[in-house]
Design a protein around this ligand. Sequence first.
Ligand code: ADP
Ligand code: MG
Length: 395
Amino acid sequence: MRKKSIKDINVENEKIFIRVDFNVPVKNGTIQDDTRIVAALPTIEYALNEGASLILASHLGRPKGRIVSEMSLKPVKFRLSELLNKDVLFAPDCVGEEARKIAENLKPGEVLLLENLRFHPEEKENDPDFSKKLASYARIYVNDAFGTAHRAHASTVGITHYVDEKVCGFLMEKELKYLVDTLQNPERPFAAILGGAKVSDKIDVIENLLNKVDKLFIGGAMAYTFLKSMGKNVGNSKVEEDKLSLAKEIVEKAKEKGVKIFLPVDNLFSSEFSENGDIRYISVDEDPPDGWMALDIGEKTIQIYLNELSDCKTVVWNGPMGVFEMDKFSKGTMAIAEKISQLDAITIIGGGDSVSAVHKAGVAEKITHISTGGGASLQLLAGKTLPAIEVLDDI
Ligand code: ADP
Ligand code: MG
C-alpha cells in the first residue's frame, strides 16, 4: 500500500483540490481549538511555495445535508488567513457558479476555501455528479484528511475518479507511515496496549495485532470480559456476556502464537460509578463486595505493565486503562502514558479517548505519533485498508 505523496508530483502552476480536515469545534462563531487547521499547514504551505493554487474542502460537524449556519467554515477562513498570513478566498457554497468562477480565476499562490461539503447530502452519498463538480476545479487531488479516510464520500473517494492525479498530503503520509509501515515492520519487542470500553469494538484490532506483537496488555472495561471468561469474580464491572467465549479463544490463541498476554492481577473497585463511592484495590483472586465495579487497573498490575514495557522498542496503544475522565480512576491510564513517553521506542497512539488521555497526562510531545483519526486509525490497526487511501495513485 505505497501511495504517492504530493512530494512525488509536480504541482507548479497547477490547481490542486485538497481535502483537508477542518472539522474544528466552533462555538458562537469562535474556533475553540485550531489544532486541525495547524496540522494541515505543512501540506498547504508546501503546495503554495511550489507555486500551486489551492482549492480547500472540508466538512464541519453533522449538518445532515442541510445548510446549518453554525456549521459554516467561514470562521476557519479567517483563522487560516491569519495562520498563512495571506488572504483566503471563500465560496459560500462548495459547488455552483460562484465557487466555479473563483476557482477558475485562482492564480498561483492563491487559496480558496469551499463551504462545508456536508451541506449537501450528495457528499456522504458519494454521488457521482456531485463528485464530478468537485473534481472540475482542479487537475490534481490531494487527500490530507485522515479522519474521514474510512468513509467513502464524494470528496474522499468519488472525486478521485475524475481527476488526473490523486496523492496524499503530509499528514496522511505520516499516519500511513506509523499505522501501516511500522506495524508491518516493527522493531522488537513490539507491544500493544489495548483497553477502552468494549471488546466488541476492538475484536478485529486484537486479532490483527495478535499476529504481530510480542506482548499484549489488556486493560479498561474490556479486561473484565477477559477476567470473567477465566472464571474470576468481577462483580458489577462492565462485561460483555456474549463475548466471553471469544475472550477465552483470544487468550488461547495468544498462547499458541507465543504472544505474552497480560491481564490485570488487581483492580481498583468502587461501590458506584462516580467519584463519591468507597474504593478499594482488590486482587482478581478475591471477591469484590456486592454491587462493586472495577473502574481502573490496580497498583500491582500497573507495576507489572510498566516493567514489561521497559524493554519494548515499538508500542501501540489504543484504549484507556480505566475511567480516566474521573481523576480517581485515572492512575492506570496516566501511569501508562507517562511510561510510554519515557521509552526509547517508537510509540503510537490511536483512538479518540486514548489521545485525550495522553494530552491529559501532558506527555503528548514525547509520543512518536498521535493519530488524528479515531475510526480510521482503528481500521488500520485492524489490518484493514481505508477506502479513501485505496483510490490514491500507487508509487
Ligand atoms: P478510544 O476512544 O481510545 O478508542 P474507547 O472509546 O474504546 O477508547 O474507550 C474509552 C472509554 O472507556 C472511556 O470513556 C472510559 O471511561 C471507558 N472505560 C475505561 N475503563 C472502563 C471501566 N473499567 N469501566 C467502564 N468504562 C471504562
Ligand atoms: Mg472512544
